[in-house]
Design a protein around this ligand. Structure first.
Ligand code: ADP
Ligand code: MG
Length: 497
């Protein structure tokens, strides 16, 4: 059998079986493997792990998923991709149909050797009546996506990130005060609901959220802390197992919901469910705390009503850390490290140099402390101004990274590959255009702070999964092909200079 990619499928790969009928089961297993490789584990686990082939009839492949939500998501986002991937394996497939697996007994068990469902009942029977489908022989069992996310255990809190270890300064005093009040609130109802914290990266949002979580738990309140991914995948998994109602019920059974990095919440259905969840909690008088890298009005991926609900409580920004605050954070970190490394001594002069040199954020301050420590322990010498300078040189250099524009990336990559920028933005799919486009997407992801959906929009209105795919693909190729690796590195340097 000649496959589209020009390779010849061997018999054991399931071209045609000895009976002369197509072995759709193994073709489908290959389709799934391919989707997983192309889309990446996260996307695959979220949307495709439960997608199963039910039957093939008259060029139509009938696929099933457990929920209507998954059906409509796949139909609106991935139908063409699934069709093309399937077609590449089995030429005759001309159409894909997605159905919801019936309630009650499963239509078909997929494990090899498992007894087949009675074809006289269930959706398969309807297909039998409609045409004369070739029932799927056997599909290799796919490892199930981790379903642990379907529960509501939340993301664990980091024991280090408490109110006690949070240093208060001018830029975060208001956020800290609001956080403490919310965490310690007793009695009916909720204070500022939701409490919405926003700030650039490394300015202490997550630290404050964890602080709230610890304090509220100590006061006996039921707290769930979720990152946006956890919310999305937890929710999706819960839907997959058809326990959306149970999920929501359990959400309502908590006192305080903390959601970190909500700017990553995306997708029509998920944001709708996100809106419902927030509304249900707030209406029930439960406290909601949210953090993001931007104010609610700028959460472009979210619906206007959800945005205004998020902005309807107290919105507080944490601004850049001023020097006094940086000195305090640094001293606190140094003291904490000294507790476990008694020999580690950093003079006030060095500390103040570091606090002046590193202006960007708390994460870099922490990085600097780690480097000083590594330096001191590796060389066994005290930290001098010189050693400090060389230890943190690259952190200082990155202090004000040049703002790289996506447009500049597109122009540079286009000229390097002899195509035009409009080719890169176009729908064209020839290899000569696809490769530079993917490299440009990859560079946009690693050199700018733009989100995947934003990058997709700037590349001719593409979907974020397309960008994700490109980023993963180039990452992989760089690892395997050192020539490409060097080339991308060079492009990076040209853009950064
Ligand atoms: P964000 O979530 O805003 O990106 P984080 O809360 O992860 O930032 O903070 C980054 C690092 O800086 C963490 O190690 C955190 O403990 C530290 N940090 C930030 N602000 C403070 C602060 N005010 N006091 C103590 N540590 C801080
Ligand atoms: Mg954070």
């Amino acid at each position: 059998m000649m496959r589209v990619d020009g390779t010849v499928a061997s018999d054991d790969e399931g071209g045609r079986n000895s009976g002369g009928t197509m072995d759709y089961g193994s073709a489908w297993a290959r389709v799934k493997r391919r989707l997983r490789a192309e889309l990446g584990e996260d996307v695959f686990a979220s949307w495709f792990a439960r997608l199963e082939l039910e039957a093939v009839a008259g060029g139509t492949a009938r696929l099933t998923v457990p929920t209507r939500f998954l059906k409509s998501w796949i139909e609106s986002h991935y139908l063409d991709r699934v069709l093309n991937t399937f077609k590449a394996e089995v030429e005759e497939i001309a159409r894909i149909e997605v159905g919801v697996r019936g309630t009650g007994a499963p239509v078909r068990t997929v494990a090899t050797g498992a007894p087949k469902a009675n074809p006289a009942s269930g959706p398969l029977a309807r297909l039998h009546a409609a045409g004369s489908p070739v029932p799927v022989a056997a599909v290799a069992p796919e490892p199930r996506a981790a379903e642990a996310g379907g529960d509501l255990s939340g993301t664990p809190l980091d024991a280090r990130l408490t109110f006690a270890s949070f240093v208060i300064g001018r830029s975060n005093a208001l956020a800290h005060a609001a956080a403490e009040r919310v965490a310690n609130h007793q009695g009916e109802g909720a204070l500022y609901n939701p409490l919405y914290l926003h700030a650039g990266v490394g300015l202490g949002k997550t630290h404050l959220l964890h602080g709230i979580g610890h304090a509220a738990r100590e006061a006996g309140r039921r707290v769930i802390y979720l990152t946006a991914d956890r919310f999305m995948y937890g929710f999706v998994n819960a839907l997959k197992t058809q326990s959306a109602l149970a999920y929501k019920e359990r959400l309502r059974g908590i006192d305080l919901l903390i959601l970190d990095d909500v700017q990553f919440i995306q997708g029509k259905s998920i944001q709708a469910e996100f809106g419902h969840t927030i509304n249900a909690l707030i209406d029930a008088g439960r406290q909601v705390v949210v953090a993001s890298d931007r104010p609610p009005t700028e959460l472009e991926a979210l619906d206007e009503r959800v945005r205004s609900r998020l902005g309807g409580g107290l919105v507080v920004e944490i601004t850049a850390l001023d020097e006094a605050l940086r000195v305090s954070i640094l001293s606190a970190r140094l003291a904490a490290v000294r507790a476990s490394h008694p020999g580690f001594d950093v003079s006030p002069q060095v500390a103040s140099y570091v606090a002046r040199a590193i202006t960007a954020n708390g994460r870099d301050l922490e990085g600097a402390v780690n480097r000083l420590l590594a330096h001191a322990t590796l060389t066994g010498t005290a930290v001098t101004m010189e050693t400090a300078e060389s230890a943190i040189r690259d952190l200082v250099k990155n202090r004000e990274p040049k703002r790289i524009k996506i447009e500049d990336i597109q122009k540079l990559v286009a000229s390097r590959y002899n195509v035009s920028r409009s080719d890169i933005l176009s729908e064209r799919r020839t290899a000569a255009v696809v490769k530079p486009r993917q490299i440009a997407m990859y560079l946009s992801k690693v050199l700018t702070l733009r989100s995947l959906p934003e990058i997709g929009r700037r590349f001719g209105g593409r979907d974020h999964t397309t960008v994700l795919h490109a980023v993963r693909k180039i990452e992989k190729q760089i690892g395997e092909d050192s020539v490409l690796g060097d080339e991308v590195e060079l492009l990076k340097r040209m853009l950064q200079d």
